[in-house]
Design a protein around this ligand. Sequence first.
Ligand SMILES: *Cc1c(COP(=O)(O)O)cnc(C)c1O
Length: 397
Amino acid sequence: MNADISVRDATAGELIGSLRRTLAETSAPMIALHEPEFKGREKEYVADCIETGWVSSLGDYIVRFERMVAEACGVKHAVATVNGTAALHIALLLAGVKQGDEVLAPALTFIATINAITYCGAIPHFVDSETTSLGIDAVKLGAYLDAIAEHRDGSVVNRKTGRRIAAFLPMHTFGHPVDLDAIIALAERWGIPLVEDAAESLGSRYKGRPVGGFGLVGAISFNGNKIVTTGGGGCVLTNDDTIARRAKHITTTAKHKHDWAFVHDEIGYNYRLPNLNAALGCAQMERLDSFLDRKRALAKRYEAAFHNSNGFIFMREPDYATSNYWLNAVLLAPELAASRDLILEMTNAAGFGVRPVWTLIPKLEMYADSPRMDLSCAEDIERRLINIPSSPALAGT
Ligand SMILES: *Cc1c(COP(=O)(O)O)cnc(C)c1O
């Protein structure tokens, strides 16, 4: 047998063995990457909506859900939306992102982060990542901005494109918080607003404080694969009363409060979360601590399983953070990167839902012409990162 093939097979064997040992108590033929769990009052709350008729755009569960999310994220206001992408769109609009602006965002992220920029008519400007958090590299970004940006008429302008740089949009990858202090320092130095894509990081903490509320405005997702789900849903997060009021207004068609007349004072969006989904969300939020505890326990088990591995490095939370460990991840040893897809194939065939990280967004056709800095670290992570099964139920019930 060819030496490369035997190394590859041995590496896949090691991954499969580690997953088998770690997940020994699970008997399902296929272990999914991430599955929701409904063992609280979900049925009761959803049935209540149906029985009372309050299934749609108004209802008590929406108010309750927003309060629960705001409390968990340590912010004054959470405004519920139909999904996380819509929340991000609104967050960027309310941070002042306009047609023709640029927004600094990671190349290594889910497509929604970047599409939300495009919905504002703005252009993503791709930033490299670092390997501690997998999020944007603030040190590298700082040096890059020194080289390409300047203050002009009260704005920060990209000297190469002439466009205004309107916002920083970091993302907490798989729940691991980015180094917020370093990013906030940059944002303050340049006077650029910070918008947090906290879609994956409900319950994660940076230096003890929940993420999502560090920027002017943030966004979170409650999609079916996230740590807490409303089926589909999101929230805009902010400590700013005006932004919160504006977020509610433009996500609900910008309609004036009136008993019967239809008066809308601007072009708004129908981005509200139905009460039915909020009901599911309330029951899920009641279980957040249980989800977090079990995901932590699972991560600890994985950390131990990969402790002495030559082929894999387990992605643990950065020292400054407490991660929600939304998706556990391992980095393949650099010399094995070329075998990644075959390792994924063999491990999936063995019944473990493992996935590669996202394709870097600037490699996608729609964003091939967007400006970017050197992305060598993000490219390296893209070649080597594998997500492994992470449902809370894998650590018991
Ligand atoms: C899930 C996710 C979103 C979007 O959330 P949806 O609710 O699916 O629209 C945005 N950004 C990141 C990083 C995500 O993982």
